[in-house]
Design a protein around this ligand. Structure first.
Ligand SMILES: CC(C)(COP(=O)(O)OP(=O)(O)OC[C@H]1O[C@@H](n2cnc3c(N)ncnc32)[C@H](O)[C@@H]1OP(=O)(O)O)[C@@H](O)C(=O)NCCC(=O)NCCS
Length: 160
């Protein structure tokens, strides 16, 4: 086995409809597509982190319609091959910049209680638990069929 360190320039930009073909790894392309449809009304920002190929290796949205004083981070995902390299951190910090640009002072998100990796990341980035509640949302199963998912979730918030 050989080891090497490679430095890669990453760009954070708006995710475009043309990017969706390269986002199958997220497992939720139809939901990203629906979110992009809401961007024209200004209700949503949707970000992509791309490497030199300009293909997204991380994506995530900010929904401004859930709370008056906060942007809601959701649908955050990093390609499995690029996890634990700081891409998720870059995405969250970039989303926070967008929220600040809107003049809002808080970022919020919900994470499944059992998703320890994501919770650890958000805690490290300064997010604090505000409450816990059961949540329901539309998702796709492994075969791409629509399903309704339910989980106990932890709500987290950070002052920007
Ligand atoms: C949660 C998720 C978005 C995090 O993305 P990520 O790119 O792995 O995040 P980061 O690399 O910034 O941070 C992850 C870990 O890598 C570590 N890391 C970051 N840069 C690093 C580097 N250069 N070298 C070594 N480790 C590094 C971080 O310290 C962090 O460690 P921790 O887990 O102990 O906190 C990703 O795991 C994912 O897509 N999961 C599946 C979908 C999901 O759960 N989404 C969240 C829903 S709320």
């Amino acid at each position: 086995m050989a080891h090497a360190t490679v430095t890669v320039d990453l760009v954070v930009r708006d995710l475009l409809h043309e990017d969706l073909a390269g986002c199958a790894w997220t497992g939720h392309v139809p939901f990203i597509s629906a979110a992009l449809g809401r961007r024209t009304a200004g209700a949503v920002d949707y970000l992509a982190v791309c490497g030199p190929s300009d293909l997204p290796v991380g994506v995530g949205g900010v929904d401004y319609s859930r709370q008056a004083d906060a942007g809601w981070l959701w649908q955050f995902a990093v390609h499995p091959a690029f996890r634990s390299c700081g891409v998720g951190t870059l995405l969250v910090r970039s989303a926070e910049d967008r929220i600040r640009q809107r003049g809002l002072s808080f970022a919020e998100l919900g994470v499944e209680q059992t998703n320890q990796g994501a919770r650890r990341l958000y805690t490290r980035l300064g997010y604090e638990v505000t409450r816990e509640q059961d949540e329901e949302w539309d998702a796709l199963d492994a075969a791409g069929r629509p399903v309704r998912r339910r989980a106990h979730c932890v709500m987290m918030r950070r002052a920007l």
